[in-house]
Design a protein. Structure first.
Length: 189
């Protein structure tokens, strides 16, 4: 675990579920909000993101956390998030220390998405992304994703106006469900 100076306080963090609740749809998903150390000593931890490839079925080109749909054999949201992270960016599940989870949020299609929060001592440059799913793998310092820098964004999807938190971080545009998760986490010192 990193020093407290490198990691933020994470609001609404709770123990991670060790099983999928019976009420959650079999097509629920889990993602991994993964903190890694910055290469510079004493710099704030960074959060890992992917920009989805244009080859995937949904959310083409969007920025988010690694993760995806549960499979029948997945015993828990932790298993799903770690399996999907391994498939997408090559990070072995045993390299992640699970810190907990954030409250479940609904996707646009109303399916449950469970945000698992973890930490790894991995160097981002040692990971190998699956090009079929991930167009870009990057990490941003957590202060660039704190409530102080959050903005609101209005957008129209399927003929309906919606509003979402939005983080303009180092030239990346983090919005939608990923931004809602970051807003819930309310990262701070």
């Amino acid at each position: 675990m990193p020093s407290a100076a490198m990691m933020p306080h994470i609001s609404h963090l709770q123990p991670a579920l060790d099983h999928w609740p019976a009420h959650m749809h079999c097509r629920a998903s889990a993602v991994l909000m993964l903190f890694i150390p910055d290469p510079e000593p004493h710099a704030p931890a960074r959060i890992v993101f992917t920009r989805r490839s244009t080859l995937v079925r949904t959310h083409k080109g969007q920025i988010g956390f690694p993760g995806g749909r549960r499979e029948e054999a997945d015993a828990s949201p932790i298993v799903t998030a770690l399996r999907e992270t391994h498939e997408e960016i090559g990070l072995p599940p045993e390299a992640v220390e699970v810190l907990g989870m954030l409250p479940t949020l609904p996707s646009l299609d109303r399916r449950s998405v469970v945000p698992i929060v973890g930490y790894s001592h991995v160097d981002l440059g040692t990971l190998a992304s699956n090009a079929d799913e991930v167009a870009e793998l990057f990490a941003l310092p957590w202060p660039s994703l704190s409530p102080e820098v959050m903005q609101n964004l209005r957008f129209n999807v399927f003929g309906r106006w919606r509003e979402t938190p939005y983080f303009p971080a180092s030239g990346y545009h983090v919005w939608g469900l990923t931004a809602w998760m970051l807003m819930t986490a309310a990262l701070r010192l």
